[in-house]
Design a protein around this ligand. Structure first.
Ligand SMILES: [Zn+2]
Ligand SMILES: [Zn+2]
Ligand SMILES: [Zn+2]
Ligand SMILES: [Zn+2]
Length: 420
């Protein structure tokens, strides 16, 4: 399929899509990076790479984050790309505590080189518990165990242009866009995972897990349940009645989801000439720049080693071009994360192979701790915190139905690098 020929018109309708970077950049980097060790101090090379930055803002329209718009978004519920074949069972829970994972963000990142990745979205979930994230650290350092038990999980989903869920035409980008199918009903509590368990008394409310059923019961379903039993067809927010496709976001009872944002992206190079004193790019920001800086400074206070301070300073300088960025995307061959600190970086051997095709994983994007500020996460010892989360995905973006689990490397600001 001639995707390139249609690229422009598709891009116009998809301001949010993150596509592959320019071809000439990719080829140059691909040649010399193959056998180099990951541990050399070659941070300067990163300067050459074209990075796309992700920024978040409140969505302009209620429909703009629905799955038929192929959004990149943070917080709220995931806009599942394949709405039927969702992850189920133990893949949806924190392996440390067993709680269903919470949706962090998703990045719409189609790859133009093959039709099977015409649509492609990466989803990141994590457990809310910092204790679990600390345990996760021990797991991620174990090289290739049979099964790592993780509290951060990444899923990749991809669809060809012609698929049974969406029109092959680009969305209009307005409220009239509809998916072709309603998708699997979701949990009434979290709105995130498949609701394949029913409340046994009303048989209407659906849940991903018993934990969420209990939460909903305590939060008010106890009362609601009797009414639902009397008039079941008027109440189920997720189920499809008479084949009408879901066009609205599902109703979610949980109040503890992170606030929902739309993610927009810009090339980092656009910030190169405006390093000091520009207000242009902060205009539509929700948060004054000095607030974001505070979050970052408090992280710096926890570093002890000089190496980490130096590394942090150069990280800060790079991030400082656009301090509101929450995500850095760069899926070109040989691209690397921008590590905030020296310690706690993976070597090549720490990155597993693809669990499906056995091929290499490559770095695709990293999430910055600024996101926690937008989410209103408290800045104390108990609360979630990280220096960066680097996501590695199958280089071949291998085929298959539904969701494939990819690999996240979490670098913490403290704990691992500065044992007290
Ligand atoms: Zn957990
Ligand atoms: Zn749930
Ligand atoms: Zn019920
Ligand atoms: Zn693979």
């Amino acid at each position: 399929m001639d995707i390139n020929g249609k690229g422009d018109s598709v891009d116009e309708l998809k301001g949010l899509r993150i596509t592959n970077l320019d071809d000439d950049d990719d080829e140059n980097i691909a040649v010399d990076e193959d056998d180099n060790g990951e541990d050399e101090d070659d941070d300067d090379e990163e300067e050459q790479e074209s990075v796309i930055l992700g920024f978040i803002e409140k969505p302009e329209h209620s429909w703009s984050l629905l799955r038929q718009q192929f959004p990149s978004k943070a917080g709220g519920v995931p806009a599942w790309l394949d709405p039927d074949n969702l992850p189920t069972g133990m893949t949806c829970v924190c392996d440390a505590c067993g709680e269903p994972l919470q949706f962090l963000l998703q990045v719409y990142a189609p790859l133009v080189e093959k039709d099977s990745t015409f649509h492609r979205t990466l989803f990141v979930f994590m457990c809310l518990s910092m204790k679990c994230l600390l345990r996760d650290q021990h797991e991620q350092w174990k090289r290739h165990p049979d099964k790592q038990s993780r509290s951060v999980k990444v899923f990749r989903c991809q669809l060809p242009r012609a698929n049974s869920f969406y029109s092959s035409k680009p969305p209009e980008g307005n409220a009239t866009d509809k998916p072709l199918t309603p998708g699997a009903p979701l949990c009434n509590w979290c709105g995130t995972w498949k609701g394949d368990k029913f409340c046994s008394s009303c048989k209407v409310a659906r849940y991903c897990s018993q934990k969420h059923q209990v939460m909903h019961w305590r939060a008010g379903h106890k009362l609601e349940c009797q009414q639902l039993s009397l008039s079941p067809q008027s109440s189920d927010s997720n189920a499809c009645h008479g084949g009408v496709a879901q066009i609205k976001a599902p109703k979610v009872a949980s109040k503890s989801l992170w606030p929902e944002y739309e993610m927009k992206n810009e090339h980092e190079s656009e910030y190169d000439t405006e390093m000091s004193g520009d207000e242009e790019h902060t205009d539509n920001s929700l948060i004054p720049r000095n607030k974001v800086d505070d979050t970052m400074k408090s992280l710096m206070d926890t570093f002890e080693g000089d190496g980490d301070k130096k590394s942090w300073a150069s990280f800060q300088e790079r991030i400082g071009k656009a301090p509101e960025q929450v995500l850095r995307y760069c899926r070109s061959a040989g691209s690397k994360p921008l590590w905030p600190i020296l310690g706690g970086r993976p070597s090549k051997a720490d990155i597993p192979i693809c669990g499906y095709c056995g091929g290499h994983l490559c770095f695709e994007f990293q999430i910055l701790p600024q996101l926690l500020y937008y989410f209103g996460v408290k800045n104390d010892a108990e609360s979630l915190d990280w220096a960066t989360i680097a996501v590695y995905t199958c280089e071949a973006s291998c085929e298959g139905v539904g969701y494939k689990q990819e690999f996240a490397w979490v670098q913490l600001g403290t704990a691992i690098n500065c044992p007290s």
